[in-house]
Design a protein. Structure first.
Length: 208
């Protein structure tokens, strides 16, 4: 899943060029959801359900590409938000649980951080679909798309603050402020928790 999330950063910009690029971006998102379910869920029935819903979402996305429909796009985004939110909660539970700090836990922490960027990007697209013009992209004509909003999301999450894309509506600005706070607080709280877990483990190991 971590590899797919990193690859998604490079695939998303392709979504603005052609139909195949948009379909590739949706495919990667479906694979992220499937791999996340496999990595965090033990119940095979829930995994099969996640796979079925991800494949169904892919067909909905393809239909939207063939015959663009804002309602289908909105439906696909809402589905993505729900599943990404569930993945965030499941991975967070695994990362913060008691136990040794392993490489898999560190990978989960990085994947969780990247998922937050994707989650906010999809939320931004939902806002733009419901309120066109919520984000201003000076070099881009028309409605801001997911590639631009994903770029904006990660620059906000990492607090780069480049300023080439601007939130214009009150709702968009509220979400941007929230993401900026999460981008600053999440790494600090996560690192503090992991350090505390490792210290507690070492203390238990050295107890007579």
């Amino acid at each position: 899943m971590l590899v797919l999330l990193v690859g998604n950063i490079f695939v998303l910009p392709l979504a603005q060029f052609a139909t195949w690029g948009r379909f590739a971006a949706r495919t990667v998102m479906s694979l992220i959801i499937i791999s996340g379910a496999v990595a965090t869920v033990r119940d095979r029935r829930i995994i099969l359900l996640a796979v079925g819903l991800a494949v169904g979402s892919l067909f909905v996305g393809w239909e939207d590409l063939e015959r663009p429909n804002p309602y289908l796009n909105l439906l696909n985004d809402l589905y993505s938000v729900v599943f990404i939110s569930v993945l965030v909660v499941l991975i967070l539970r695994q990362v913060l649980r008691a136990g040794p700090i392993t490489s898999r836990r560190v990978q989960g922490s990085v994947a969780l951080y990247l998922l937050l960027g994707v989650l906010w990007a999809v939320c931004y697209e939902i806002i733009e679909l419901l309120q066109p013009g919520s984000f201003g992209v000076p070099a881009h004509k028309g409605r801001a798309g997911l590639p631009q909003l994903a770029y904006f999301s990660f620059t906000t999450l990492t607090t780069l603050g480049i300023g080439d894309i601007l939130p214009l509506s009150p709702l968009a600005r509220s979400f941007v402020i929230l993401e900026g706070l999460v981008g600053q607080l999440f790494p600090v709280i996560l690192i503090a928790r992991l350090v505390t877990l490792e210290i507690e483990r070492q203390q238990r190991t050295h107890e007579p």
